[in-house]
Structures are given as C-alpha cells and as structure tokens.
Design a protein around this ligand. Structure first.
Ligand code: C2E
Ligand code: MG
Ligand code: MG
Ligand code: MG
Length: 280
C-alpha cells in the first residue's frame, strides 16, 4: 500500500511536469503569434536631467497582453523570447516602434533594451542601424541598453558588435550595473557611453553608510572613465537628491514617471518642446 502511495506521488509529479511543459509550450506559441501579428505594446518611461529635472530621454519597454487582456511581465516573456528565438522578431519590432515614436519628440534621447541573444545574432548591428535609418532619426539619439552578461561570456565578439554599432553613431549603455557580479574595473575597458546603476545599489545606499560609500565610489569611478551615470528605480525625493549629490547626471524611476503610453509620453514632453521651440 505504501508502495502504491509512493508511486502515486511520483506519477502525480511527472504529470505536473508535463503540465508545466505544455503550459510553457502554449505560452511560446501565443508569444510567437502575438509578435508575428505585431501585438506587442511599447511603453515609455521618462529619464530626467538630475540638475533641472527636465526630460532628456525615454526608455522603451515592451508589454504583452496575452489574448489581448492578460498582462505577462517582461521578466517572464523576454527570457522566453530569448530561449526560443522569438527575440529575433520581437527586438526589431520594439526598436522600430520606439524610433518611430521618437521621431515626434525632437531632442529627446530614446533608449531600447537589447538582449544578449540579439548581440549574438551576426545580422543584428546592420539590421538595427537600418531600422534607425528607416525611422529617420539621428543614430546619436539612440541608446541601446545591454547588461554585462554577454560582455563577460564573449568579450571579443561583444566588442566587435559594439564597435560596429558605435561606428554607426548609436550609443551603448551598460544596464543594471550592480545587479550582477562583475567588477567595474573589468567593465570599464569596453568603453560604454553610459552606465545605468541598478535600483539595488540605491536601496543599499539607504540602508547603510557603507552602501552609500559604495554607490558614491561607483559613480565617481564610472564618471572618471567617461561613463556618465543614470540611476534607475528612483522612487523618492530623498533618493533623487542623494543620487544627484553622488554625481548621477540622469535619473529614472517612479518618482519622475511610470512607464506610459506613447500618447501620454507625448503630452508630458509637449510643453518642454514648445518652450525649446520658442527659445530657439
Ligand atoms: P530594465 O531595462 O532595467 O528596465 C527597468 C525596469 O524597472 C522596468 O521594468 C521598469 O518598469 C522598472 N522601473 C522603473 N522605475 C522603477 C521604480 O522606480 N521602481 C521599481 N521598482 N521599478 C522601476 P519592466 O518594464 O517590467 O521591465 C523589466 C525588464 O525587462 C527590463 O529591465 C529589461 O531588462 C526587460 N525588457 C523590457 N522590455 C524589453 C525589450 O523590449 N527588450 C528586451 N531585450 N528586454 C526588455
Ligand atoms: Mg533598461
Ligand atoms: Mg535597467
Ligand atoms: Mg532591469
């Protein structure tokens, strides 16, 4: 009897695993179909100058509503897209939408996230430059954000792809610094145009004096190697003030604005563009 119960449990477990696999497969199919139909939304979050808090850029973030209604978090569907090759269609779709939106927002920088899986694709640099050119915006307004992973795994190849993009005028930012394990001393040699520090560094800075010193030293080192620093995940006025004091020249986070629709972003930027037009 005990043996039977044990076997029952084991079978139940296998059934669950099958269910998981089926669910994942179904989600993969749904994502692939949604991307093929262009049913991926792009939202925009403002990035402000630390000094006067005016908007200097926006980060494009992908959104997927499964079946048109159920939001699936990017932390779920982006890894799925990377693992299944769907990223090769999703990445260019987001880049295209983001650049087309940016065309209406003169002077504003546009940042787009790029997966290591895209960096691995030999066609990626030329394809990205072609999409930017077709959208009719200056490549220098575009920043591609990439996390450290691929630069650690395959530094030679990553360097080639980065140089090709930079030769095309695009900027490259190191995303989520402080969330991984790499040393800033190692990463500095790649010549990123900008560093974005992860929210966890800001949280650590609030929790201890050493955390604060760590953040200050990181920003100082990055800046001295010509990498200006954007702080991500800024949620309070106190954080914004401290990060500015530490030398971050750009700030991004819920305190300044949540990710929003293209229309809402346009309305937020409009007064600023009018002022610039009147001044110039
Ligand atoms: P990320 O590039 O580091 O983007 C910042 C994430 O932090 C976004 O989450 C944003 O909504 C969130 N965030 C912004 N301000 C705050 C804040 O004040 N507090 C907190 N707690 N969070 C804040 P989201 O949109 O869920 O995206 C998560 C990640 O998914 C992104 O992290 C990025 O790595 C990836 N991702 C999103 N869209 C794309 C895409 O089009 N392509 C690729 N390859 N990855 C993408
Ligand atoms: Mg990012
Ligand atoms: Mg980030
Ligand atoms: Mg992140």
């Amino acid at each position: 009897r005990a043996k039977h119960a044990g076997r029952g449990r084991a079978m139940h477990y296998e059934v669950l695993m099958d269910d998981d696999r089926d669910a994942r497969r179904e989600m993969e199919d749904a994502l692939r179909a949604a991307v093929a139909r262009g049913e991926i939304d792009v939202v925009f979050q403002p990035i402000v100058r630390a000094g006067d808090r005016t908007i200097c850029g926006v980060e494009a973030l992908a959104r997927w509503y499964r079946g048109g209604t159920v939001p699936v978090p990017p932390d779920v569907f982006i890894p799925l897209a990377e693992a299944t090759g769907v990223i090769d269609a999703l990445g260019p779709l987001v880049l295209k939408r983001a650049c087309e939106a940016a065309r209406h927002w003169p002077e504003i920088g546009i940042s787009i996230n790029v997966s290591p899986a895209q960096f691995r694709n030999p066609y990626f640099p030329d394809q990205a430059l072609a999409i930017i050119a077709a959208a009719g915006i200056e490549p220098s307004r575009v920043t591609l954000e990439i996390t450290e992973g691929y630069f650690i795994q395959n530094p030679g190849r990553a360097r080639l792809v980065m140089d090709r993009l930079k030769a095309g005028g695009v900027r490259i930012a190191l995303d989520d610094f402080g969330a991984g394990f790499s040393s800033i001393g190692y990463l500095i040699r790649f010549g990123f145009d900008r560093m974005k520090i992860d929210r966890s560094l800001t949280v650590a800075a609030e929790q201890s004096v050493k955390g604060g010193a760590m953040l200050q030293a990181t920003v100082a080192l990055a800046t001295s190697f010509d990498m200006p620093v954007t702080a991500e995940g800024v949620e309070t006025a106190e954080q914004a003030a401290f990060l500015h004091l530490c030398g971050c020249d750009q700030l991004q986070g819920y305190f300044f604005g949540r990710p929003m629709s293209e229309k809402a972003m346009g309305e937020l930027i409009a007064p600023q563009i009018d002022v610039q037009a009147a001044a110039g």
